[in-house]
Design a protein around this ligand. Sequence first.
Ligand code: PMP
Length: 400
Amino acid sequence: MSGPTAPDLARRTAGMRSSKLRDLIAVTTSGPVLSLAGGLPPPEAMPLEALAAAADRLFARGDPALLQYSTTEGDPVLREVVAADLRDRLGLPDPAGRLIVTTGSQQALDLVGKVLLDPGDAAVVESPTYVGALRALAAYEPRFVGIPVDESGMDTDHLAGLLARGLRPKLCYTVPNFANPSGTTLAGERRGHLAELAARYGFLVVEDDPYGQLRFAGADVPPVARYGEQVLYLGSFSKLVAPGLRVGYAAAPPWLVRPLAVAKQATDLNSSSLAQRLVAEALAVPGWFEDHLAGLRALYRSRAAALVGAIGERLGGRMSAPMPDGGMFTWAELAGGGAGALEVAKAAMRRGVAVVPGDEFSVTDAFPHALRLSFSMLPPEHLVEAVQRLAEALDELSAR
Ligand code: PMP
């Protein structure tokens, strides 16, 4: 006797892949593994006390709005805080009227795909790029076009060449600051160039900036959104307060606000009222957020220095990894002629070190000799130990 038959899945699921990275993280958190794989705040960075105090104050006030549905565009209290920040810190013009709070910036990536992409439309991405953006946009079946990245971020001249030869993308996705996965920052003149190309050729720049406030070296660079109007600027409290809250936001060009809000309405009505109020309440304590960010920057600065320093000392000549100006990642390149990234990742895993092979982040190119290394989760002494084990893994492979 055969069981009941199930309906076929929608055709679009053929392009949906589970991230190998997620599977890897799931594996690595279960054992005593030194993880350079995930890009997330470590347990000691979670502001438990500040959020507990904020929650106490909120519930003591007894405002039932805390637990009620709220507007799709977001809680008015939080929107005001975010709008003031975008205006004062980033110089964005009139952010208040074009702001939508999202359930993490991941939701904004899904929503922009939903309202902008028809199957076959061109979507420009950095190569390598954030794998979660590829997964979100892939559901809408675009044709991805990868643009090479160097130490100054996306090569906008390369993009200009493709546009001159007839490429007409709907959007261009960039992580401008301390990118996931490359660690690079888009140079100021390239930001201006990108905004100019967007205006000239009529595409949307999706500027995904979850790490911008985690700069620990060098000077801030104005966002792409300061250079032009055709930009969807995405921010998130995931890396600055806590990812589990799922609070992010999008500042959209005026023509895009309504379509995004309508799409979000159908997706989840509104982001968690409680989580939004919690963030707003924590940020209302004078000096708290500034101090918390200063602590995070110091934490990541010392971890980046420990990882990159240990690679220089222990792996010089066999692996290079640049020091980023902020964020959580460095993009390590293995010397040519040696073992490939996948082989190295497997050998490292056998020694209890998790790293992610570069190919995970690619659309068109391959990165057979690159690894994404995150320094966010481990204290300096464990990062040094991880590099020691990586060195042993490379020794083992070269002895074969
Ligand atoms: N964009 C980038 C570049 C990221 O690295 C991440 C998280 N790793 C996200 C978006 C998603 O963040 P959120 O938690 O705000 O959805």
